[in-house]
Design a protein around this ligand. Structure first.
Ligand code: AMP
Length: 251
C-alpha cells in the first residue's frame, strides 16, 4: 500500500528578512520583503519526499493558499521534489480556520491519504491549522513529529514532549504536523529547477471552493518589541554575587 501525501506550504517572509512595522502601526510592511516557504513546511515536504523515495508514498502534492506570488514557492517545492502543485488563489491573507476548511476540500478532492504540514507558520505563529484540519476531516492527528515511520497501514510518530519522547500509532488517513528536528531539508539542484518548470501547477480560485473564508479576527495593531536596556559589565564573580544579593533583598 502506498499513499498520496498532501503538503500545505505557506509563503511567508524569509526568516532572515528584516520586518518593519508600518508607520501607523496597523500591520507589518511586507513591501519589497523577500518571501520564502515556511521553514516547517520545508521539513514536511522533505519528509513526504523521503517517504516516496522509500516506496511508502506514490505521490507528493503541494498546495499553497495565497496571492499569485505563492506560485514561486510552489515552483521551488516542485524543484525540491514534489510531483505536482495546487495554488489556491486568495486575494489576501486568510486565517487558519479558513485555511483548514480550504485544505479539507483539497484533501478530499485529491483523495489524499496523509497530510504532512508544518507545526506552525513563522509569520502568524498560530499553530492551529493542522489541528483544525484533522477535526474537519475526522482523521487522527499527531502534532510536533520528530520521527515518522510508515508500515503495515499504520503510521508511527515520535513526538518531543516536555518529559521526553512520546510514540503514537495512527491509522491512515491521518494528519501529521512536523517539528524542527524531524529532518534537514535538501536544496533544489539546478537540473531539478529546470525540470520543475514542466511539472503540473493547477490554479483554483478560493471562491470556487464554496468555503466561508470571512475573517473572524480583527487586527488592532502591531508594534516593535521594546528596545532592550543596555547591560553593564561586571568585573568579577564576587561583584555579580553582591549585585544579585542586593536585587534578591529588594524582592
Ligand atoms: P498556522 O496554524 O498558521 O501556524 O500554520 C500551520 C501550518 O498550516 C503551516 O506550517 C502550513 O503547513 C499550513 N498553512 C497555514 N497557512 C497556509 C497557507 N496559506 N497555505 C498553505 N498552507 C498553510
Amino acid at each position: 500500500m502506498t499513499y498520496s501525501i498532501l503538503v500545505p506550504v505557506k509563503q511567508v517572509a524569509d526568516s532572515t528578512a528584516r520586518i518593519r512595522v508600518r508607520n501607523d502601526g496597523s500591520d507589518v510592511d511586507l513591501s519589497g520583503v523577500k518571501m520564502a516557504a515556511n521553514p516547517f513546511d520545508e521539513i514536511a515536504l522533505e519528509e513526504a519526499i523521503r517517504q516516496r523515495e522509500a516506496g511508502m508514498a506514490r505521490e507528493v502534492v503541494v498546495v499553497s493558499i495565497g496571492p499569485r506570488t505563492a506560485q514561486e514557492t510552489l515552483r521551488k517545492a516542485l524543484a525540491i521534489g514534489a510531483d505536482r502543485a495546487i495554488h489556491v488563489l486568495a486575494p489576501r491573507e486568510i486565517e487558519p480556520l479558513a485555511v483548514a476548511k480550504v485544505l479539507k476540500k483539497i484533501a478530499q478532492r485529491e483523495a489524499v491519504d496523509l497530510v504532512f504540514l508544518g507545526k506552525q507558520a513563522i509569520d502568524d505563529d498560530c499553530n492551529q491549522t493542522g489541528q483544525m484540519l484533522a477535526e474537519f476531516l475526522g482523521w487522527p492527528q499527531a502534532t510536533f513529529a520528530s520521527s515518522v515511520r510508515i508500515a503495515g497501514g499504520e503510521i508511527t510518530v515520535v513526538r518531543e514532549v516536555d518529559d521526553g519522547l512520546e510514540t503514537l500509532a495512527l491509522s491512515v488517513p491521518a494528519v501529521v504536523s512536523v517539528d524542527l528536528r524531524l529532518n534537514e531539508p535538501r536544496y533544489a539542484s539546478l537540473p531539478n529547477i529546470m525540470k520543475a518548470k514542466n511539472k503540473p501547477l493547477a490554479e483554483i480560485a478560493v471562491e470556487d471552493l464554496g468555503v466561508d473564508i470571512a475573517p473572524r479576527l480583527t487586527l488592532l495593531g502591531v508594534r516593535e518589541p521594546d528596545v532592550r536596556q543596555a547591560g553593564t559589565m561586571v568585573r568579577s564573580v564576587g561583584e555579580l554575587a553582591s549585585i544579585l544579593r542586593l536585587a534578591a533583598g529588594r524582592i
